[in-house]
Design a protein around this ligand. Structure first.
Ligand code: HEM
Length: 124
């Protein structure tokens, strides 16, 4: 099964840990995005995104056990997400993806998904 093997193929949890940690290092420095995220629970936000991505790509389903059904568009409804926010999110995510040095085919699979998902999160 394709998504299950992606989690295995990239070597499991460690890659997702690095990806999401690097992403939030960018968010912290971003004047457009930082105010959207919880002021004093960025670690929690990091954990939620990491658990979600791990589950999406076929790893353990801690996300749904702790958070229930993802319903990502609904969960993002409180935040104004237009093209500038989407582009900023993708810039930090792109830096993070590149920092992983994945084999090109796996990198493309991951990146294509993130671009698609970010476009679908626009609500303003
Ligand atoms: C949560 C912003 C795109 C997955 C959040 C939060 C913010 C946010 C402010 C709340 C942080 C928290 O306390 O958890 C944005 C912006 C995006 C974007 C500005 C720009 C397009 C995405 C995409 C994904 C995603 C593309 C999935 C690939 C998540 C997840 C959570 C989350 C899983 C935690 C949901 C929960 O369980 O509460 N996002 N997001 N986000 N975001 Fe995004």
């Amino acid at each position: 099964e394709q998504t299950a093997s992606f989690f295995e193929a990239v070597g499991g949890e460690e890659i997702f840990r690095r990806l999401v940690h690097r992403f939030y290092e960018g968010v912290v420095e971003d004047p457009l995005l930082r105010p959207l995220y919880p002021e004093d629970d960025l670690d929690g936000a990091e954990e939620r995104l990491r658990m979600f991505l791990i589950q999406y790509w076929g790893g353990p389903n801690d996300y749904s056990q702790q958070r229930g059904h993802p319903r990502l568009r609904m969960r993002h409804a409180p935040f104004v997400i237009g093209e500038p926010e989407r582009d900023a999110w993708l810039k930090h995510m792109g830096d993070a993806v590149q920092s992983l040095d994945l084999p090109p085919e796996l990198e493309k699979q991951l990146w294509d998904y993130l671009v698609y998902a970010a476009h679908s999160m626009i609500n303003a």
